[in-house]
Design a protein around this ligand. Structure first.
Ligand code: NAG
Ligand code: NAG
Ligand code: NAG
Length: 357
């Protein structure tokens, strides 16, 4: 049998490669075994994931399964290059997460210090991510390279959480795209992706005011068509104004919140408080006034249910209902809002304590 070097193959061109199916020749630049060329006869590299998608909440850890193997099996292990990259659900370009060769690895950007390869068994290339951030949902691609062989598979990371419409304290349609981004971040959340808004619409979110999404489009979800929201004639659905000018146009924003950390609770006051007194009351309890995103996450993820209106950090007054009942707002579960009352008004307060318990 003739063994061609990669250089010869390149000179001979693609036609020869095609004429010898099931034979792979490549430069073995990753293995330090002295032999520069390796001949695989009918050996195939496979890469696969046990799951199509992984669900998690912000602040939690997630494992994205990926494994590779050879057919037929190889007698000795080979050093491969594993690369994980990420296509954000919010849009944008695929970016590098981690590249590993053997025990050496490099991590990139925001992922530094929070990701590693599992390598529990031969061929294990699972990505272990810790302390997930709100905006890290999207498609993760596991690519395995052995010489010229290059295979990959993708897994979707979806954060569990809740989408909520948010408006500026001065009223509707006051937020540029950047303003919306800041407003969400100030409320411990991030602008929702289209997938997240669509999921909320399927779960019944009905909102007649248009808001920014993470991709710079402006949309709103309608489950019960009515006259001021496009009329009875339009079918229920997520309505889109398309991409708007990020600087000039003003709308509300749809924020996404999801968190494991910390605890939101209603502080039982001996008397109702104005906003300044509410802030002091939470501080004296070793906490701070809860943000809107934290209240929504507690409502959605831990079932917080309380029929008492309370101050929140942005100066709004709201309360979370999971079991609708008389005198506690509409017949559907939800976070009820009284908007932004004057700060001297008296209410209870929702506090937030960080930490695991
Ligand atoms: C995530 O993993 C880290 C390191 O393995 C561990 O210390 C931490 O407790 C885990 N966090 C959660 C929320 O499970
Ligand atoms: C995700 O959110 C974090 C924290 O808010 C921020 O620092 C980071 O730049 C965001 N990443 C992307 C890709 O938007
Ligand atoms: C709240 O009440 C305190 C007196 O208890 C007063 O000093 C403070 O100015 C009030 N704050 C607001 C925002 O009304």
């Amino acid at each position: 049998m003739v063994i061609y070097s990669i250089q010869t193959l390149l000179l001979l061109g693609a036609q020869l490669v095609l004429s010898i199916p099931n034979n792979f020749f490549y430069h073995d630049f990753l293995n330090e075994n002295g032999k520069k060329e390796i001949h695989f006869s009918g050996v195939n590299l496979h890469v696969d994931s046990a799951q199509l998608s992984v669900f998690a909440v912000a602040g939690a850890n997630a494992t994205m399964p990926c494994r590779f193997w050879y057919e037929p099996e190889l007698s000795s292990p080979r050093k491969v290059r594993v690369k994980w990259s990420w296509l954000p659900a919010a849009g944008g370009h695929e970016t590098d997460v981690l590249v590993a060769i053997g025990s050496r690895s490099q991590r990139f950007g925001e992922f530094r210090g929070r990701v590693q390869l599992r390598q529990d068994f031969p061929g294990d290339a699972a990505l272990v991510m810790t302390n997930l951030m709100l905006n890290e949902s999207g498609r993760y691609r596991c690519e395995v390279v052995d010489g010229l062989e290059d295979r990959s598979t993708s897994i979707y990371l979806e954060l569990r959480g809740v989408v909520f419409p948010y408006q500026h304290p001065r009223g509707h349609y006051h937020l540029s795209f950047l303003g919306g981004l800041r407003a969400c971040e100030e409320q411990d959340s991030t602008p929702a992706t289209f997938t997240q808004l669509f999921q909320s619409w399927k779960e019944g979110l009905n909102w007649c005011n248009a808001g920014w999404l993470a991709d710079g489009t402006v949309q709103y979800p309608i489950t019960r068509p009515r006259v001021p929201c496009g009329g009875h004639d339009l079918a229920p659905g997520v309505r889109s104004y398309g991409r708007r000018n990020l600087h000039l146009h003003r709308y509300d924003v749809f924020c996404f919140s999801s968190s494991l950390r910390g605890k939101v609770y209603y502080l039982q006051p001996s008397h109702k408080m104005n906003l300044t007194e509410a802030q002091q009351a939470c501080q004296e309890d070793g906490a701070e006034v809860a943000k809107v995103g934290q209240l929504y996450a507690a409502w959605k993820l831990t079932g917080l249910d309380r029929c008492d209106a309370g101050w929140l950090a942005d100066g709004s007054v709201r309360y979370p209902i999971t079991r609708p009942r008389i005198n506690c707002g509409p017949s559907e579960p939800g976070v009820r809002s009284f908007g932004f009352p004057p700060p001297q008004h008296k209410h209870g307060v929702y506090c937030y304590k960080s930490g695991d318990e």
